[in-house]
Design a protein around this ligand. Structure first.
Ligand code: PLP
Length: 324
C-alpha cells in the first residue's frame, strides 16, 4: 500500500500504437502522464529533491526556486510540499491558468513575469529575476533544469532503464523524444546508447524553437521547444533532429485520441507527427521497434489544442507562415 501517491513515480504504461500507414514501424509509447502529477517531470522533480536532501545539497531551511511555466512547476510544487520545503515558482503571462492554479494550491509562492524579454518571450526575464533573488537570498537553491546534471541523471536511471527493459524482445532501434530543457533526452539517450549502441536517438522539436538552431518565432504550444539552447544537451547523444509544426502537432494530438484513445498533451502530438514524418520516405525492410515518450496528458490543453476555435487559429497561422 502506498502512503503517498507521489512515491509512485515511473513504471508508466508502455502502449503499442498499431498503424497501417508505415509498414514495419512498430510504435511503442511510454505514457508519462501516468506519473503522479501528470507528466514526465515528476521523475526529475522527485529525483532532484531526494538527492539534494539525502546528500546535504540543501536542507529544511532551503528555499527552492525554479523558472517553469508548466509541468515542472506543478511537479516541483508537489514534491517540495511533500518534504515541507518552501518553493518559489517563477512563471509568466503565458502560463496556463490550470498550471498556475495547481502550483498555487500546492503551496508554492508564485512570481509572475509580465515584461517580455528582447525575443518577445519571457524565459530570459524569468531567469534574470532568479539571478537577482539569488544575490538577495543566500538560502535559495535554483534547480536550473537547463544546466543541472541531476535533471538528466533522473532519466538515465528511470525512464531510460524502463525503455531498454520494456522494449519488446529488448530490441530498441529508435527512440523519439520531445525536447525542452533537454533533461529527458540527455538521460535517456545516454542509457539507451549504453545498452543499445546502434539505436538511433531522434530529438523532436518545434519550428521557432532555437534549441537546434531554427529561427526564433512565436510558439503557442507549451512543453516543447525553447528560446535558449540548454547547457545540459551538451551531454546528450542525438543522432537526428526532426522539426514539426504546431499544425502537425494539433492534427496528431487529435489523431491519437481518435485512433488510439490517447488523450495526450502537445508534445506527444509533436512526437507522433515526427515519427510519421521521419518514416514517410524511409522504407524499413524488417520490423523496427520505435520507442517514444508521451510526456503529459490532454486535460491541460482543453482550452488550446482541444479547443476548436483556438486550434483553428493556430493552424491558420501555421498555414500563412507556410509551416506545415
Ligand atoms: C509536455 C512536455 N513535453 C516534453 C518536455 C521535455 O522535457 P525536457 O524538459 O526534459 O526536455 C516537457 C518538459 O517540460 C514537457 O512539459
Amino acid at each position: 500500500m502506498l502512503t503517498n501517491i507521489l512515491n509512485k513515480v515511473g513504471n508508466t504504461p508502455l502502449v503499442y500504437l498499431k498503424n497501417d500507414e508505415i509498414p514495419n514501424v512498430k510504435i511503442f509509447a511510454k505514457l508519462e502522464y501516468y506519473n503522479p502529477t501528470g507528466s514526465v517531470k515528476d521523475r526529475a522533480a522527485c529525483y532532484i529533491i531526494n538527492r539534494a536532501l539525502n546528500e546535504g545539497i540543501f536542507n529544511q531551511d532551503t528555499v527552492v526556486i525554479e523558472s517553469s511555466s508548466g509541468n515542472f512547476g506543478v511537479a516541483l510544487s508537489a514534491y517540495t510540499k511533500m518534504h515541507n520545503l518552501k518553493f518559489i515558482c517563477v512563471i509568466d503571462n503565458n502560463t496556463l491558468p490550470v498550471n498556475e492554479m495547481l502550483i498555487k494550491l500546492q503551496g508554492a509562492e508564485i512570481i509572475k513575469i509580465t515584461e517580455p524579454d528582447e525575443y518577445g518571450g519571457y524565459l530570459l526575464n524569468r531567469i534574470r529575476k532568479i539571478k537577482e533573488l539569488l544575490v538577495e537570498m543566500p538560502n535559495l537553491y535554483w534547480v536550473n533544469q537547463y544546466a543541472n546534471t541531476l535533471n538528466a541523471e533522473a532519466y538515465y536511471g528511470s525512464l531510460g532503464r524502463e525503455i531498454c527493459q520494456e522494449a519488446p524482445g529488448q530490441r530498441v532501434e529508435y527512440v523519439f523524444m520531445g525536447v525542452s530543457s533537454g533533461g529527458t533526452i540527455t538521460g535517456v539517450s545516454k542509457r539507451v546508447k549504453k545498452e543499445h549502441p546502434n539505436a538511433k536517438i531522434i530529438a523532436v522539436d518545434i519550428y521557432g524553437s532555437v534549441i537546434f538552431g531554427d529561427t526564433p518565432r512565436k510558439r503557442y504550444i507549451p512543453g516543447i521547444g525553447s528560446s535558449i539552447q540548454p547547457e545540459i544537451l551538451e551531454q546528450a547523444i542525438i543522432d537526428e533532429v526532426v522539426l514539426v509544426s504546431e499544425y502537425e502537432t494539433i492534427l496528431c494530438c487529435k489523431e491519437l485520441l481518435e485512433k488510439h484513445n490517447l488523450y495526450a498533451g502537445g508534445s506527444s502530438g509533436s512526437v507522433y507527427a515526427a515519427i510519421k514524418k521521419y518514416f514517410k520516405n524511409r522504407e524499413m525492410d524488417a520490423p523496427v521497434n520505435v520507442m517514444c515518450v508521451f510526456a503529459d496528458r490532454g486535460e491541460r490543453y482543453i482550452e488550446t489544442i482541444y479547443n476548436q476555435k483556438w486550434s483553428e487559429m493556430i493552424m491558420n497561422s501555421s498555414l500563412q507562415e507556410n509551416l506545415l
